[in-house]
Ligand binder design. Structure first.
Ligand SMILES: [Zn+2]
Length: 375
């Protein structure tokens, strides 16, 4: 990760660069600020810059030297990642390395990943990941070894506010009286929750939330969004790029579902059976999991259209393109057919979940929809 891969934060980048250029890097550095503001990306870029063998004149890592390439591949030998994990069993001595593949995958998917996406990656949204004393012991062991290829050994610690107290106490001595050429670079979403003994011994840099314009600019460049969608998403995300990324995938998915929903209703209305057969195959092509989501989406749209039809628009929750279609479609969803359509969609969902032939199930939905729209 180079500094130039991260939007904005020019002041923070300048300070970090200065520290490295002047050889005044603190042994324990904390980047603190709101979630989704790119702190861990900055920490990674800083570590890469420190280790780079050929820094560029404009103050970035080169991205090409062996050390940079290793950083990009998450295998720079003097760089250690430390982050909260869930113990698999109470007796296990769990360390971050056990989860490195998942962590690396998450960072590769999205450099602005956040705690919630880490919980999803761990497949346990209710988990309370922590940094355990076993991890602290592991860090002590690693840091006592000599650096292999570079002057500095660097620990990149994500979310030190999740250090267990015994783990923090173990690390305290190291932060107070570090081994030579050992650096802790920590990033925190909630630095008030860091144990004061650790917090007070760090040198701190505040990282501000991104402005809406910065988030919109990044979204447009990274995901090719048009200016309007980028602006809308960035307003909703309130400076949190991680949140903006989630909103994007949601909106992309629902755009696709809306197209399929409109196609179903239009073709059912015109009794275009041949096209409905093709539609049934298209929906089957989504794959089982997404098809179930699509059927849930259809149920939501039917509910929204019924609400529109009975003229209680303040209960409505439709985006602009959904509203454009629903304004004219809603008269067709009424008290005679709404429950029957729900039942059709629910039955289909159950059949798909039970591995029924998706094309047949979808075609059945289409035929029933022809009949139900006439009621
Ligand atoms: Zn380099």
């Amino acid at each position: 990760m180079k500094f130039s891969d991260i939007p904005g934060h020019e002041d923070v980048k300048r300070r970090l660069r200065d520290m490295a250029d002047k050889g005044r890097i603190p042994h324990a550095l904390l980047l603190e600020g709101p979630a989704g503001s790119g702190k861990f990306a900055l920490a990674r870029a800083f570590a890469q810059y420190i280790h780079c063998e050929d820094r560029t004149p404009d103050g970035d890592s080169c991205g090409r030297c062996p050390s940079c390439l290793q950083h990009e591949a998450f295998n720079q030998i003097d760089t250690y990642f430390s982050f909260p994990i869930v113990k698999k069993s109470s007796s296990s001595s769990a360390i971050s390395d056990d989860y490195m593949t998942d962590f690396r995958d998450l960072l590769t998917e999205n450099q602005f990943m956040d705690f919630e996406s880490w919980l999803l990656k761990l497949d346990n949204i209710n988990a309370q990941p922590l940094i355990y004393v076993s991890e602290a012991n592991e860090l002590l062991r690693k840091l006592s070894l000599t650096a292999h290829s570079s002057r500095y050994k660097i620990v990149l610690m994500w979310l030190p506010e999740r250090l267990k107290e015994d783990a923090a106490n173990k690390l305290l001595k190291l932060v107070e009286e570090p081994y030579a050429d050992t650096l802790f670079i920590m990033t925190s979403d909630n630095s008030r929750a860091i144990l004061p003994t650790i917090y007070s011994r760090t040198q701190r840099i505040g990282v501000k939330r991104y402005s809406d314009a910065e988030v919109a600019g990044y979204m447009a460049a990274r995901y090719g969004l048009d200016a309007d969608s980028a602006a809308r998403i960035s307003r909703l995300a309130a400076g949190n790029v991680s949140e903006a990324t989630k909103l994007i995938s949601l909106s992309k998915e629902s755009d696709e579902y809306l197209q399929l929903f409109m196609e179903l209703m239009r073709k059912a209305y015109t009794r275009d059976v041949a096209s409905l057969k093709a539609w049934a195959a298209d929906v089957a092509g989504l794959g089982r999991e997404r098809e179930i989501k699509f059927l849930e989406y259809c149920a939501r749209m039917v509910r929204e259209n019924f609400i529109l039809n009975i003229h209680t628009p303040d209960l409505n929750c439709l985006n602009n393109s959904e509203m454009a279609f629903s304004a004219r479609f809603s008269p067709f969803i009424n008290e005679r057919n709404v429950l029957k359509i729900f039942k059709t969609l629910n039955d289909a969902k159950a059949d798909i979940a039970a591995n029924a032939n998706a094309k047949l199930v979808n075609f059945d939905v289409a035929i029933k929809t022809i009949l139900l729209l006439k009621q």
